[in-house]
Design a protein around this ligand. Structure first.
Ligand code: AMP
Length: 213
């Protein structure tokens, strides 16, 4: 089972993918997290992508395709995988569709105004990568990660200029590829303006129908 989840920045795709993975046993693969991990480990890939990511631009497909294949073929993905943040443009889709199937594509729909509002209050743990929001997904202790107690920070690419650039890429490069999912008959558009629980209830109904089918 391969599920793709996509949406504008701040739509909660990482948070939802995490919950889905916990409830279904699928592996959650986030391309953004995988790339940030490479940067943190100081690998060759990390060195190549750091500047690109800071500007909010897309990193080369040669890198993302390699990370994707590794994740989909990993033993942790034997029950299936939920992929967040890939494919993001026609070129990635061409590679993806040639090599892998899509059982379900979930689009999280959110206005640009709301995306910007949510991103400005998003915080991340620089150590374990867990996401928080200082308004609606607060850590138990203010400013500290619940898991590893590290001080939370704002992502460098969550600053207003970079967020606008990423939203533009989403609108012009990522959103148009939904016509492929539509043609396959696997596209589900979900309103992401509700609470985490509300949005998750809608998604789980879609997935339960898919699993029962
Ligand atoms: P995200 O964590 O999904 O917001 O992604 C953060 C950043 O990682 C993006 O702004 C890009 O620089 C890079 N990135 C994530 N996924 C991809 C992808 N599929 N293709 C190219 N770059 C990506």
């Amino acid at each position: 089972m391969i599920i793709l989840i996509y949406g504008p920045q701040g739509s909660g795709k990482g948070t939802q993918a995490d919950i889905i993975a916990r409830k279904t046993g699928l592996l959650h693969f986030s391309m953004g997290d995988a790339l940030r991990r490479e940067i943190k480990l100081g690998t060759d890939i990390g060195k190549k992508v750091e500047g690109i990511m800071l500007k909010g631009e897309l990193v080369p497909a040669t890198i993302t395709n390699k990370l994707l294949v590794k994740a989909v073929k990993s033993p942790e993905a034997r029950k299936g995988i939920i992929i967040d943040g890939y494919p993001r443009d026609e070129a990635q889709l061409a590679f993806y569709s040639k090599n892998f199937r899509t059982d379900c594509a979930i689009e999280l729909n959110l206005s640009e105004k709301e995306s910007i509002k949510r991103i400005s209050t998003r915080r991340i743990c620089p150590k374990c990568g867990r996401n928080y929001n200082i308004v609606w997904l607060k850590p138990k202790t203010a400013g500290k990660c619940d898991i590893c107690k590290t001080a939370l920070v704002q992502r460098a690419d969550d600053k207003p200029v970079e967020v606008k650039r990423r939203l533009k890429i989403y609108r012009t490069n990522t959103l148009p590829i939904k016509k492929y999912y539509k043609k396959l008959g696997v596209l589900h558009i979900v309103d992401a303006s509700g609470t985490i629980e509300e949005v998750n209830t809608v998604i789980m109904k879609i997935l339960n129908n898919l699993i029962v089918k």
